[in-house]
Design a protein around this ligand. Sequence first.
Ligand SMILES: [Zn+2]
Length: 143
Amino acid sequence: MVNNKIINAPKGVPSQIQGKDKLGQTLPSAQMASANTDKEGNCKDRLCPIHGDQKLKMRGRTFEGIVIKKLPGRVTIQFERMLRLPKYERYEKRKTKLHARLPSCMNNNVGVGDLIQIAETRPISKFIHFVVSKVILTKEVKL
Ligand SMILES: [Zn+2]
């Protein structure tokens, strides 16, 4: 009896792994879109708001500013705002810097000196909770 048990154990054939057809059937909407974008722009950025498998939702505030620094995957913009000083009844200029994520599909469109718009997203890293939404003016065309 003991021998039979030992012999039977190794004979247990692993159940055949059958390919699941569920993934193939759920193709229509999401995977078709990603396939199209791969053909057009080769955008493989996961955090791209337009294409990218985990789509970044843009919500909240938007700002426009000039790109002062460009690093792989991120840009820094700067813009001026006016702060009212009640005591002197005048305004002073303050500068604000914001860091924004640059999707790989927009990497060639954005350079230092360009005027761009950024939109708020969820926090992506310690400093970055904006993403570049569009280019308003490039430095060369600037009037
Ligand atoms: Zn993209």
